[in-house]
Design a protein around this ligand. Structure first.
Ligand SMILES: Cc1cc2nc3c(=O)[nH]c(=O)nc-3n(C[C@H](O)[C@H](O)[C@H](O)COP(=O)(O)O)c2cc1C
Length: 386
């Protein structure tokens, strides 16, 4: 059976990726912080909602497109920022970005990509956003934003939930390091992962944090990784957001909002959109799940700016539920990494087509012809109604 036939949903794609990747690399993506309670709840929160189909509404043709921040997307999905995608497949970020554009989804590049933001821009993937952190080294943050503007990115994503690094215990157990180094036992176990080794044989030496390497300088990735950790700034405040806002006229998207108060403040400080997110349960374990946080935030924002959501979105019906609760679109974190690990660009394209088909089927069965018609009336247990 071909990988396409085996991967008929997101979970089967994840299983294929698990079989493909060395354990420490699979766990680096699959795992979360501490006891992974937030990671699990992100996925399980969708089980609390039930859809009420309206079959007699007759939705013969479904239009999955949605417009926000000046672009029309063919599906309400954006590839979220994930650092080191190039560890999963050679040139993983560019492969993923090309797939997103081919299917009409958005793409956001992580600050911690293996390729440089300029190399990603050369793929002409569009629309594309650049994700940054606010570092102690403010000039470096400014430099990244300037470079993203010069490379014609369509938006700047400021992630605010990474001011310290979460305690990811699978990485500790596996002795995961950047760059990956494998123990003798791990190396023997990895003989079974020969396809990944072969594919990555010349890449592994080149793995780096592309955006941090100074032109003309050869920097050791180990030194870069520790420099990045030291640069994180727990003293982050809204004043810093004002500083970023004043620096760019690009749409500013704040990622990592989990409360109505912070959403209000984000609007006040000039955000053009927010992402309701807990970093996929990789940072604060015990943080409220994105879906649980969504209704209160949507009420507060009241349509003033787009509200995006990520965390645990694994099915087309999950997207429909998030949209019914008021999200404009969803971001995908781990699922894109499963897609790229299995078959590079074709794997991510296949993943996005799975979501598109599932969203389309759910809309058809619900009797909904367009995204704008997905609303609270589709849910049996509406927030405040249960
Ligand atoms: C391997 C990995 C790396 C990530 N790197 C970043 C990053 O560099 N910047 C960021 O804002 N979020 C990062 N995230 C978080 C994702 O953007 C997203 O918020 C989260 O994965 C969504 O949850 P999901 O994986 O359940 O879809 C990363 C997630 C993973 C799995």
């Amino acid at each position: 059976m071909t990988w396409r036939k085996k991967a008929y949903n997101v979970e089967t794609l994840r299983q294929l990726a698990k079989a493909e990747l060395p354990r420490p690399i699979f766990d680096f993506a699959d795992g979360g912080a501490e006891d992974e309670r937030t990671l699990r709840r992100n996925e399980n929160a969708f089980d609390d909602y039930w859809l009420v189909p309206r079959p007699m509404n007759g939705a013969a043709d479904r239009d999955l497109s949605v417009e926000f921040l000046g672009h029309r997307y063919s599906i309400p999905l954006v590839i979220g920022p994930t650092g080191l995608s190039g560890l999963f497949w050679p040139d993983g970020e560019c492969a993923t970005a090309r797939a997103a554009t081919a299917v009409g989804a958005g793409f956001c590049l992580s600050h911690g990509s293996v390729c440089t933001l300029e190399a990603l821009a050369d793929t002409k993937a569009h629309p594309r956003w650049m994700q940054v952190f606010l570092y102690r080294d403010r000039p470096f943050t400014k430099e990244l934003i300037r470079r993203a503007e010069a490379a014609n990115y369509d938006g700047i994503v400021l992630t605010i939930d990474n001011q310290l690094l979460g305690k990811r215990e699978r990485d500790l157990a596996n002795g995961f390091t950047i760059p990956p180094e494998f123990s003798l036992v791990q190396s023997v176990a990895m003989l079974a992962k020969i396809k990944w080794w072969w594919r990555m044989r010349s890449e592994l030496r080149r793995i780096t944090f592309g955006n941090y390497v100074r032109p003309g300088k050869k920097e050791d990735i180990k030194k870069l990784a520790s420099r990045m950790a030291e640069l994180l700034d727990p003293a982050l405040s809204w004043k810093d957001v004002d500083w970023i806002r004043s620096m760019t006229s690009k749409p500013l998207i704040i990622k990592g909002i989990l409360s109505a108060n912070e959403a209000e403040a984000a609007i006040h400080h000039g955000a053009d959109a927010i992402v309701v997110s807990n970093h996929g349960g990789r940072q604060l374990d015990g943080a409220v799940s994105s879906l649980d946080a969504l209704p209160g935030i949507v009420r507060q924002v009241d349509g003033r700016i787009p509200v995006l959501l990520d965390g645990g979105v694994r099915r087309g019906t999950d997207v429909v539920i998030a949209l019914a609760l008021g999200a404009t679109a969803c971001l995908l974190g781990r699922p894109q990494l499963w897609g790229v690990s299995v078959a590079g660009e074709a794997g991510v394209r296949h993943l996005l087509e799975i979501y598109a088909k599932e969203i389309d089927t759910a809309m058809g069965l619900c009797g909904v012809g367009k995204i704008a018609d997905i609303d609270l009336s589709l849910l049996a247990n509406r927030p405040g109604n249960s």
